[in-house]
Write a protein that binds this ligand. Structure first.
Ligand code: HSE
Length: 435
């Protein structure tokens, strides 16, 4: 074993992940030292409440009441930011760490999605590492896999199940037939969903991660505001049932793809062919599928959240720093980053699932189909079983490939018809064929 001096690290934020990082660094010290030739040593920690029992031994570690002071003054080569939040203290800690010439490791996807470019530029200017493996899909080595394992490839598309809470809810709805609210309550009871689950169920958390993956795939900075984001809040079990009947499974996917000269990023519920590998990723698991021009399709699956998987990713970054590995955070040095043109979702081409609640009267379907025809949309399939002249009945249509703009135009006209009694449900069908 080398007698190189230990890599001193300091942890800002002692929630479940921060406490697990401290525990893991200590519990697996010999294994980690063998792998990188140096020991890791936690020399400082910072959190709000010093008296709280976190179930981890903090003996011999300096305590800092203020996280920015820790980033400025702790005798550490690496600052690990696990506070969270896209602004405020977390952002200040990250900037202070870099300004002090310390390496930075963070699990903060919101901060990186909104302000990553400024941190990457600062880190490269200072010659320090910026590790964020834990910010994308928890314990899955997605950042390293894409940035290093697939570095020889042109990447044209990356697709992911990037939020375990949503995947758990969708799996539960399908398996149990229970509605969204019931499955959300189950997710909360199991500790998967936060008390305020907005970031998860409205697709924002997945969009944060998608931005980070897309930057790696396309080697350019991407503005978070350019992502089209829809969550799963409005999904009905009825549509999950129809998806099964049609041979699909509904997943909340993040999709980033090159389109023409630009890139399009979107997060929304998708109908995915049931026999694709990604459709079999259920419960809280995450998946990342990258398409490389040389390697073909690569899929990584694993735990996207939780103390153990997230700490695993944090400590992997620490080991890279201890080994002396330095990789440009976005997979290309900042001066080589490509300008990326944003392509709006209106340019998407693909098939659609449409469910309408209509009055079952002669001519209704013809009227609806006429609006589709007028937008140049060709119908692929049609289901109507219930029969009732007085109450709304479901009518399900699937289309052949068309454009999002044509589909939205038709949808606007159809939604306004007096015989359409509820807001139409539109779900994009993603076959994920790679050309
Ligand atoms: N809340 C996220 C999820 C994990 O449910 O996947 C942290 O981003």
């Amino acid at each position: 074993m080398s007698d190189a001096r230990p890599l001193a690290v300091a942890v800002a934020g002692l929630g479940t992940v921060g406490a697990e990082v401290v525990r893991l660094v200590r519990a697996a010290a010999d294994l980690h030292a063998q792998r990188c030739g140096r020991r890791l040593e936690v020399v400082g920690v910072s959190a709000r409440d010093r008296t709280k029992d976190r179930g981890v031994d903090l003996g011999g570690i300096d305590w800092y009441d203020d996280a920015v002071t820790l980033a400025r003054s702790a005798p550490a080569e690496v600052i690990i930011e696990l506070i969270g939040g896209s602004d405020g203290v977390a952002r200040a800690v990250c900037h202070e760490a870099i300004a002090q010439g310390r390496h930075l490791v963070t699990a903060n996807k919101a901060l990186l999605a909104h302000h990553g470019a400024e941190l990457v530029w600062a880190a490269e200017a200072k010659g320090v590492a910026l590790g964020y493996e834990a910010a994308v899909a928890g314990g899955i080595p997605a950042v390293k896999g894409m940035r290093e394992g697939l570095a020889a490839n042109r990447l044209d598309r990356v697709v992911g199940i990037l939020n375990g809470t949503c995947n758990f809810i969708l799996t539960g709805m399908r398996e149990s037939g229970r509605d969204f609210a019931t499955e959300l309550a189950t997710a909360k009871a199991r500790g998967y969903a936060e008390a305020d689950p907005t970031m998860d169920i409205d697709g924002i958390d997945a969009a944060h991660k998608l931005v980070l993956l897309a930057q790696l795939a396309f080697n350019g900075a991407i503005a978070f505001d350019s992502v089209h984001v829809e969550g799963i809040r409005g999904l009905a079990t009825t549509d999950i049932g129809y998806a099964e009947e049609l041979g699909y499974r509904i997943k909340l996917l993040g999709i980033a793809e090159r389109m023409g000269e630009g890139v399009c990023l979107r997060v929304h519920p998708c109908m995915v062919p049931r026999d694709l590998p990604i459709s079999t990723v259920e419960g809280v698991l995450n998946a990342v599928v990258a398409y490389g021009h040389e390697v073909g399709e690569v899929m990584m699956v694993g735990q996207g959240a939780g103390a153990g998987p997230t700490a695993s990713a944090v400590v992997a970054d620490l080991l890279d720093i201890a080994r002396g590995c330095r990789v440009p955070p976005l997979g290309a040095p900042v001066q080589c980053l490509a300008p990326l043109t944003h392509v709006p979702i209106a340019d998407r081409q693909g098939a659609y699932y449409l469910r309408l609640m209509v009055l079952d009267r002669p001519g209704v379907i013809a009227e609806i189909a006429a609006h589709m025809r007028d937008q140049g949309i060709s119908l692929e399939g049609f289901i109507q079983r219930a029969r009732s002249p007085d109450v709304a009945v479901p009518v399900v249509m699937t289309t052949h490939e068309t454009t999002e703009s044509a589909m939205q135009a038709a949808l606007g006209e159809i939604a306004a018809l007096p015989v359409v009694l509820e807001a139409p449900v539109l779900i994009r069908i993603e076959t994920l064929n790679h050309q």
